[in-house]
Design a protein around this ligand. Structure first.
Ligand code: NAG
Ligand code: NAG
Ligand code: NAG
Length: 488
């Protein structure tokens, strides 16, 4: 008996220790063969394109594990190890992260196909230095020896720090960008290269971590070989960036549906130039006579991309209508070029309203289950702008019931009631709120609701009764009037 027990015990112990080892070292099972990162600093929205080519290492362990799996049938732990890939961000960057998108690519150059993957924020219990994580779920779990390529796009806002913080009208704007020359990752990276694209060739300074090269508007960090997990090497790039730092501190878009044929959109903007603050006096003469030297970082035009077939477009502020706007429309879109009353310099603000109507049939549909739904674009119509706080209010027709919104990314939602003249029970308003919105969020969303057509009669009936009452009142007035005159 004892002779049989000992090998069994050791086998059990080995299996248990194997489990402990495997569950603790799940990130060690993945190796990034090659990572290429392209950081685009050409606007004020920092875009990072990351390509990762990786496969699980420690194939022996994985093979053994797979065998153990079939033996013990503990599938979850097994698939977890290689069906989720982690992206890591230092906490300072995580705060400014506005958007993350991951695609799995298959096939070679010309026949490349992209499969969008689910990306979710996640937490690890022993994250070093408060690292923040996002997990990418692979469609097919990666088996031992398989390789796959992921393409990740992530976007940072408010990550270019103007330095000097104040500039005069004749100076150009310089900014700092901070990052790491090495990609922060929980995995071992065999080879990696980072390219940084600057807006112009004017680069004041940049940190070197050899090999580092610069040519034209591109800087190249690497290739760096064999970097262990959580390698980090801070860098600072100080370069010129005169692009409009258009930040909408607050945008409220109200979309009012009327079943009488139109959707009316009213957008309230609080815009600020978030670049280096303007110092000294503003000379309009100099600004207009030497546009390529004076106020190069300011902006005087903004482009709002509106849906095709817009009508009754207006653009006004608290003073009144602003006539300096141009509308160009084609079958795909309408471009509204607006010009605030004065050019915007660093730190200057402008508050204005854009309003327009669109045909109901372009955006309101009936779903197969009989509900109606609005299919509209999320985000901000202003090109290349960041919205710190966006609120979209969809005002449903009076009498609508069971509203629900479908947005492809997390947003805060609640309901309100709005009363306008002629309303009896008020209109349900679906309110969607999101912070840190970038142009990548300009995707469609839907608001579903049920509506009983009998409510369409409510307003005409009310108008008729109002006229009737008015008529009765007039008659009564005339009657009283007459009776008074009789008295004299
Ligand atoms: C954490 O931060 C400290 C100080 O910034 C640094 O020395 C250390 O290497 C970091 N540790 C990891 C695992 O990144
Ligand atoms: C402003 O423009 C709108 C649309 O063009 C027009 O209907 C309205 O009368 C104008 N208001 C003023 C005060 O000019
Ligand atoms: C919403 O509209 C877009 C085009 O504007 C279209 O591609 C999409 O299929 C529509 N979604 C629904 C649910 O109708």
């Amino acid at each position: 008996m004892g002779v049989l027990l000992i090998p069994r015990l050791t086998l059990t112990l080995t299996i248990i220790s194997l489990f402990i080892f495997l569950s603790r070292s799940s990130s060690q099972e993945i190796l990034i063969n090659n990572a290429e990162r392209r950081i685009d600093l050409s606007t004020h929205i920092v875009k990072v394109f990351l390509t990762l080519k990786f496969h699980p290492t420690n194939c022996v362990w994985i093979n053994m594990y797979v065998e153990l799996m079939s033996f013990f049938q503990v599938e979850n732990i097994g698939t977890n190890a290689v069906s989720e890939i982690l992206l890591a961000f230092p906490p300072t960057q995580a705060d400014h992260l506005a958007f993350v998108e991951a695609l799995a690519t298959t096939g070679k150059r010309k026949k490349k196909t992209y499969v969008p993957l689910v990306v979710k924020p996640t937490e690890l219990p022993d994250a070093p230095n408060e690292t923040k994580y996002f997990s990418i779920s692979l469609v097919n779990p990666l088996n031992s020896g398989d390789t796959t390529t992921l393409e990740v796009l992530y976007v940072f806002t408010h990550s270019l720090e103007p330095f000097p913080m104040e500039i005069s009208q004749s100076e150009s704007q310089l900014v700092y960008y901070r990052d790491s020359a090495l990609i922060l990752s929980p995995y071992h990276i065999k080879q990696q290269t980072t390219f940084i694209k600057t807006p112009t060739t004017k680069v004041e300074s940049f940190t070197r971590l050899d090999p580092t090269n610069r040519a034209g508007t591109e800087m190249k960090y690497g290739p760096y070989e064999d970097q262990p997990p959580y390698s980090y090497s801070p860098i600072i790039v100080h370069c010129e960036n005169n692009n409009p730092f258009a930040v909408v501190e607050e945008l409220v878009r109200e979309v009012e549906i009327s079943h009488w044929g139109s959707i009316q959109i009213t957008e309230h903007y609080k815009l600020v130039h978030a670049g280096a603050r303007h110092k000294g006096i503003f000379s309009r003469v100099e600004y207009q006579s030497r546009p390529s030297f004076s106020g190069v970082s300011s902006f005087k035009h903004l482009l709002a991309r509106l849906p095709p077939r817009v009508h009754s477009v207006y653009y006004r502020d608290e003073i009144g209508n602003i006539s300096s706007s141009h509308l160009r429309t084609d079958s795909q879109k309408s471009d509204l070029e607006i010009e605030p009353r004065y050019p915007l310099f660093g730190g200057w603000k402008a508050t204005f309203i854009i309003g327009y109507g669109v045909p109901l049939q372009d955006f309101l549909f009936e779903s197969p289950d009989g509900r109606r739904y609005l299919n509209f674009t999320f985000g901000c119509p202003l090109a290349e702008s960041v919205v710190d706080k966006l609120t979209i209010k969809v005002v449903l027709p009076e009498g609508s019931k069971d509203p629900s919104a479908a947005v492809t990314f997390p947003v805060e939602q609640h309901l309100e009631t709005k009363y306008s003249y002629l309303d009896v029970v008020g209109r349900t308003v679906v309110v969607l709120e999101k912070k840190n919105v970038v142009p990548m969020h300009n995707t469609v969303f839907q608001v579903y609701y049920t509506f009983n057509p009998i409510f369409m009669l409510a307003e005409p009936l009310m108008l008729t009764s109002v006229f009737f009452l008015f008529f009765v009142a007039c008659v009564a007035y005339l009657h009283i009037d007459l009776s008074i005159r009789k008295g004299f």
